[in-house]
Ligand binder design. Sequence first.
Ligand code: SF4
Length: 199
Amino acid sequence: MNIDLSRRSFLKLAGAGVVATSVGAMGFGESEAAEIAHVRAFKLKTTTETRNTCPYCSVACGVIIYSKGDSRKGETADIVHIEGDADHPTNRGTLCPKGAALKDFVKSPTRLQHPMLRKPGSDTFERISWDDALDRIARLMKDDRDANLLAANAKGIPVNRWTTVGMLAASATTNETAWATFKFAKSLGIVGFDNQARV
Ligand code: SF4
């Protein structure tokens, strides 16, 4: 028989098997052992699994985020557990201490969750909408690029350099998204480009 079993499914089954064997050794009957093994294997059954990438460094380990509450039904989704993705080719389920503490990072009261604006002359930040933030960024970028783009060097050779703006990106993304982000920056002529992982 040919069984198509993912690594994660195998670990779940193996875990259930160990529990069933252990309770059997303690004197429980077959039916009780099977029931306990069943409960253990589906501990996160009522949660929604979402695959994502650890945001901390360029290793980009795969994680699975478990949440309760279905936002499609008007419920508030809440993350209850995060663990390494055993099917991910980079980390195969493992996480370093930073990645293992991801839930604390997500739930930190100091985590920035909305665009914030500190107006000229003000000493406080105020929350603005994503639409307002994107409009403002686009306006300021356009004005600065129009004023400062270096279209050609001293010899008249086209260079299209925009050196008065820099772009800082994040590493919690796929190769494809990173590629598109880099192309976007370079298509504008941005020279100063970096991300928090320094890759
Ligand atoms: S789990 Fe650790 S090694 Fe993996 S991406 Fe996160 S910080 Fe980097």
